[in-house]
Design a protein around this ligand. Structure first.
Ligand code: R5P
Length: 310
């Protein structure tokens, strides 16, 4: 078994490599003057099982293309099998036609990864579980819930916790953390009047005097979470914590969070946010390196991955 990293999140790849005590494959991934990507594997990998680690974070298109070219290079170098380890699976939010004449990007990206030559995919908190069905190869969708649950149990002392889904689509995720923390569930009725804009219509459930924990898969512009947190406070919530797996954090998101009523936003390192979040007093980053490393180990040894979540 060998590990290869793309350029999108080398910090996480190095942590996974340390966990597995397995060096990263020597490779050159660089760009031509016009921006085209060039991938070269600098060591023999013939007959090896290879795990290529690459998130589809910003710049999403470059990182996706890098992943596809890495898979292609591995296939052409006679790897025995190739697992695409994608800590953040981008292009997942368009998983169906919500309005006519739109693309289904999650399906196209799934086809591209398979066509490039991946034999298996490992990812974390897919935007929608059914995206697994867009692939005809095995997909292991890992969950950050246990990591968040342990952190919340240790750091949030309140006895009056309620887990909150920031929209109807996030209900299952919030319920899973609620089960872990033995807490009830509330749901924010969010609408999107225009792409990238969010509006809270209502909160289903009583949040008065409660410590609210909002759970979501992605924070992008921050609009969903900042508006949801304000709506909860307006309805009498005592404090609002937020746990989100993928810190996309585009544009002014970090500033918005800093200025918001959110007591703490906890994200994972599925996306490398570098120095950007370090100065934000109310943002904390937890690593998923051990979770990913353990899953890779289990796949490599043909033992159960789902047992990780029992
Ligand atoms: C939507 O269904 C997702 O789960 C997130 O709630 C959404 O992508 C967050 O976007 P933003 O931070 O831009 O509101």
């Amino acid at each position: 078994m060998k590990l290869l990293t793309g350029n999108s999140n080398k910090v996480l790849s190095k942590k996974i490599s340390k966990f597995l005590k397995s060096k990263l494959i020597n490779s050159s991934i660089r760009k031509f003057a016009d921006g085209e990507i060039y991938v070269e594997i600098n060591e023999n990998i013939r007959g090896n099982s290879i795990f290529i680690i690459q998130s589809m974070a910003s710049p999403a298109n470059d990182n996706l293309m890098e992943l596809l070219l890495c898979i292609d290079a591995l296939k052409r170098s006679s790897a025995k099998n190739i697992t695409a380890v994608i800590p953040y699976f981008g292009y997942a939010r368009q998983d169906r036609k919500v309005v006519p004449r739109t693309s289904i990007s999650a399906k196209l990206v799934s086809n591209l990864i398979t066509k490039a030559g991946a034999d298996r995919v490992v990812t974390v908190d897919l935007h929608a579980g059914q995206i697994q069905g867009f692939f005809d190869i095995p997909v292991d969708n890992l969950f950050a819930t246990p990591i968040f649950g342990r952190h919340a149990k240790k750091n949030i002392k309140s006895k009056n916790i309620i887990c909150v889904a920031p929209d109807v689509g996030g209900t299952e995720r919030a319920r899973a953390l609620g089960k872990y923390l033995n807490a009830n569930l509330a749901i924010v009725d969010k609408r999107r009047p225009a792409p990238g804009k969010s509006k809270v219509m209502n909160v289903i459930g009583n949040v008065r005097d409660k410590t609210c924990i909002i759970v979501d898969d992605i924070i992008d512009s921050g609009g969903t979470i900042v508006n949801a947190a304000k709506a909860l406070k307006d309805r009498g919530a005592r404090e609002v914590y937020v746990y989100i797996t993928h810190g996309v954090l585009s544009g002014e998101a970090v500033q918005k969070i800093k200025k918001s009523v959110i007591k703490k936003l906890v994200i994972t390192d599925s996306i490398d946010n570098g120095e950007r979040v370090k100065k934000a007093r109310n943002i904390e980053v937890l690593t998923i390196s051990n979770l990913m490393g353990e899953a890779i180990k289990r796949i490599s040894n043909s033992t159960s991955v789902s047992d990780l979540f029992k």
